[in-house]
Design a protein around this ligand. Structure first.
Ligand code: NAG
Ligand code: NAG
Ligand code: NAG
Length: 560
């Protein structure tokens, strides 16, 4: 039976796609088809074809309702989807309906030029870290994501913060310059603010900012406010210099253009991360009385407030909302208020500043959440380190050094190397394969797991630092990179399943069933290998990349 299914798969598909209209309707939602009883699909068989239902026994274990047309057997795609983990969707090309079958759901990016540590970081211009569900919000004080992965209360996950930084750095390079609208800069652009009776608003020169600023002060009455009416659509990244005295706030009003709905985003003098109640979301921006520049993606801030209240996600709020006002209350100052389509540089620098400030004496960024990695290995206890955080951190700091010229960033990157040389058992991240080949562990478990993608990201961090230090220098980073590349080229064949790749080598070190990389991780492996093939001419890199890319189109290693 299986043989027949395999042999006739292509024909079966053609027939199923073209022949039975109602079936194809179901197929357009392949994902939930997997959960539908197969029979319900087949009951729509067209009456004029001489096709009959036939029971298809799958390896003698269970049955699937199939159809027979003479000596041809037709198997429902919903079954093939589940059985082979393949994907299909209906498309319309020039008015003709077509069913597209694909072996994987991921995409490989072929690098257009040699990887450059000053340029985009791999394919990270495609990442949108802040929209991920596991990002609770962007913190008001540091301006970096707070993760809820592995710890629902939320914590700073150095890998995620670095990815946020690298994504924005990369987008800054690949995207066109942002549209910027200056609202009030105290100089050329002056808005007419509305000041309630018992409130005060003045414009004065501030010696610290060396520019004109707005100084405001309101009374304790709720009605006492200083506010500005605006009407801004399309762009939602708000930035301003802000100085708030205790118990003061800056509130942004967003309005839904079609529905009569108003959302308030309050930026308040508090150290509480986020708090949301109905249409009001509060972000603590700290209690520091000094000037600070805040840069907020208002749409992200609004959505995280909704998510906190378990409200359903909405489609494209960017097209539906507008900024309609800014309210100041309490007392303080504001200056240089702008709205732009993006502010990648500000987000990148926030990540770099966080990494520099949060780095510990041993050069590490401890992860403050318990991590259950694999059955059979002890959990990583809060305070563990990740070679991937270290590598990504180095990649961010190198780029911050390149952009700013501030040598403090370079020194922080160099400090981050130290932990890569500390064994996992001693609080570091280093493992050895067969006592010989060094491996920088994304998850420094004992026994080690040899996770592939995190290791390669660490190698990229080492390469970045090596280049930033001057390519002719004989440095620690260079030595660690070379050692790691030797390990990679030696162990790479062990990650090859013949039809995909392994995520790690737990089947060797734990003696358990192997952990096959799902397609997005497999695609990451392929992207990483293409990138490294541009840095190292050893044919194993390019050959493995090509073979592994082939696996994504259903190619397999030959069998005997
Ligand atoms: C990238 O950063 C540079 C320097 O800050 C800036 O001039 C440019 O507009 C930015 N472009 C984007 C897309 O962020
Ligand atoms: C806001 O601006 C849009 C155009 O961007 C305009 O159509 C609309 O009438 C304006 N609304 C108000 C209240 O001024
Ligand atoms: C801030 O507000 C709280 C409660 O409204 C009050 O107890 C506190 O004294 C205020 N702090 C200052 C510095 O005004």
């Amino acid at each position: 039976m299986m043989m027949l299914v395999r042999l006739n798969m292509r024909m079966a598909l053609a027939a199923l796609c073209g022949g039975v209209l109602l079936v194809t309707l179901y197929w357009s939602r392949c994902g939930d088809l997997a959960h539908r009883p197969i029979g319900s699909v087949l009951s729509y068989a067209s009456p004029d074809r001489a096709t009959n239902e036939i029971e298809c026994s799958i390896n003698g274990e269970y049955s699937v309702a199939c159809r027979r047309d003479l000596d041809q057997i037709y198997v429902p795609f919903s079954f093939l989807h589940k059985y082979f983990e393949i994907y299909g969707k209906l498309t319309f090309v020039d008015g003709t309906e077509k069913f597209e079958w694909s072996h994987s759901y991921s995409k490989v990016y072929h690098p257009k030029k040699k990887y450059d540590p000053r340029g985009t970081f791999t394919t990270f211009e495609n990442y949108n870290v802040e929209v991920r569900d596991r990002v609770k919000c962007i913190s008001g004080i540091e301006g970096v994501p707070v993760s809820t992965q592995w710890e629902p209360r939320g914590y700073f996950y150095p890998t995620q913060i670095a990815q946020f930084g690298l994504a924005h750095y990369s987008k800054n390079i690949t995207e066109p310059p942002p549209r910027v609208k200056i609202i009030d800069d105290g100089d050329k652009f002056l808005e007419k603010w509305i000041v309630s009776q018992d409130a005060v608003l003045t414009r004065e020169f501030d010696s610290e900012l060396k520019s004109n600023v707005l100084r405001f002060s309101t009374s304790d009455q709720a009605s006492s406010q200083v506010w500005l009416k605006v009407n801004i659509s399309q762009d939602f990244v708000l930035s301003m210099d802000l100085q708030l005295r205790p118990n003061s706030s800056m509130t942004v009003i967003l309005q839904n253009k079609d529905k009569k709905e108003t959302v308030y985003l309050h930026y308040v003098t508090s150290t509480q991360l986020i708090y949301a109640q109905e249409d009001h979301t509060y972000y603590g921006i700290g209690v520091d009385k000094k000037w600070r520049r805040i840069t907020r993606d208002l749409i992200i801030d609004m959505q995280k407030g909704w998510a906190l209240q378990d409200r359903p996600k909405r489609k494209s709020p960017r097209n539906k909302f507008k900024i309609s006002g800014i309210i100041l209350s309490g007392s303080g100052g504001v200056s240089d208020i702008r709205v732009s389509s993006s502010s990648h540089t500000a987000h990148f620098h926030a990540a770099a500043r966080w990494l520099r400030a949060a780095q510990r004496a041993r050069g590490g960024w401890p992860v403050p959440a318990r991590r259950r990695v694999a059955p059979g290995v002890p959990d990583l206890r809060p305070g563990w380190h990740s070679a991937m955080s270290q590598g990504h951190g180095i990649s961010v700091l190198c780029r911050a050094y390149y952009r700013s010229g501030d040598a403090g960033y370079l020194r922080a990157a160099q400090r981050a190397l130290l932990l890569l040389d500390v064994p996992s058992g001693a609080g570091g991240v280093k493992a050895l394969w067969m006592d010989k080949y060094v491996w920088y562990e994304e998850y420094p478990t004992q026994p080690p797991l040899f996770v592939l993608n995190g290791f390669i990201y660490t190698l990229l961090g080492l390469y970045d630092l090596h280049v930033m230090e001057g390519e002719n220098s004989v440095s620690l980073a260079k030595k660690m990179f070379d050692d790691g590349m030797l390990s990679l080229k030696t162990l790479l064949p062990l990650f090859d399943t013949g039809s995909g790749s392994f995520y790690d080598l737990r089947h060797f070190t734990l003696g358990v069933s192997p952990n096959i990389a799902r397609w997005d991780y497999h695609a990451t492996h392929v992207n990483q290998l293409y990138l490294l093939a541009g840095l190292d001419p050893d044919p194993i890199l390019i050959n493995t990349a090509k073979r592994w890319e082939g696996y994504m189109q259903g190619k397999r290693a030959a069998h005997n």
